[in-house]
Design a protein around this ligand. Structure first.
Ligand code: ZN
Length: 216
């Protein structure tokens, strides 16, 4: 099959087709019935807001199958504040669909270790990323105040990632139909953080403190 960008070698396309063939050979036989049922419609109970980072697939980390998670991924796993207008609000559109149409019961904000978006917020964005990335991550600029200035290195990075997840949750609460459902007890908001190198998942408790999720 021809690639429209003919100057690019076909290697990356071949890898995608190889992956598809592995999926059809290895996974599809077990999943076919589930997909046939899901073709009738989806009813996921959880919206995950994760980072676009290639290392942190929410479905893989949370062991979910098709139809179980409604996933929004963007730079730094952010949720913007409620701002209804005629602009192109990709994140808010996904949030509205999940909460108001699918009526999910939980929203998980899944932060992760080594997040380039959070690093851009705290240390500055790469010069090539100024059209959109800077304005996008700056929506969480108040997270800077939440990080202990005495922290450094990996400790500061993780504190920053957790603080940005906290801002995303605060922003979600500015959506009136989210705040209403949280108040009536039909929707819960949860922060999580995945440590890429160690595979460790941490979860933000109601008290705002983060703790490891036991593996067994
Ligand atoms: Zn990230």
């Amino acid at each position: 099959m021809a690639d429209l960008q003919t100057s690019i070698p076909d290697g990356s396309l071949d890898a995608l087709f190889d992956g598809y063939r592995r999926f059809r050979k290895e996974a599809w036989p077990d999943l076919q019935r589930r997909f046939e049922t899901l073709a009738e419609g989806q009813a996921p109970k959880v919206l995950v807001i994760g980072c676009s980072d290639s290392r942190v697939d929410p479905q893989q980390i949370l062991g979910a199958g098709p139809g179980e998670l409604f996933v929004l991924r963007n730079v730094a796993a952010l949720a913007p504040p409620y701002a209804p207008d005629q602009s192109h609000h990709a994140a808010s559109a996904a949030i509205e669909y999940a909460v108001r149409v699918l009526k999910v019961e939980r929203i998980v904000v899944l932060a992760h270790a080594g997040c380039g978006g959070v690093k851009a917020l705290f240390d500055g964005a790469p010069p090539e990323a100024f059209d959109f990335v800077v304005a996008w991550v700056n929506m969480a600029s108040r997270a800077r105040k939440a990080v202990d200035p005495a922290l450094a290195g990996a400790e500061r990075q993780r504190a920053a990632e957790e603080a940005v997840a906290g801002v995303a949750i605060e922003n979600l609460m500015t959506f009136p139909w989210i705040a209403e459902r949280v108040a009536e007890g039909s929707l819960a908001l949860t922060g999580m953080h995945f440590g890429v190198a160690d595979g460790c998942l941490r979860c933000r408790g109601q008290d705002g403190f983060w703790a490891d999720v036991p593996t067994a």
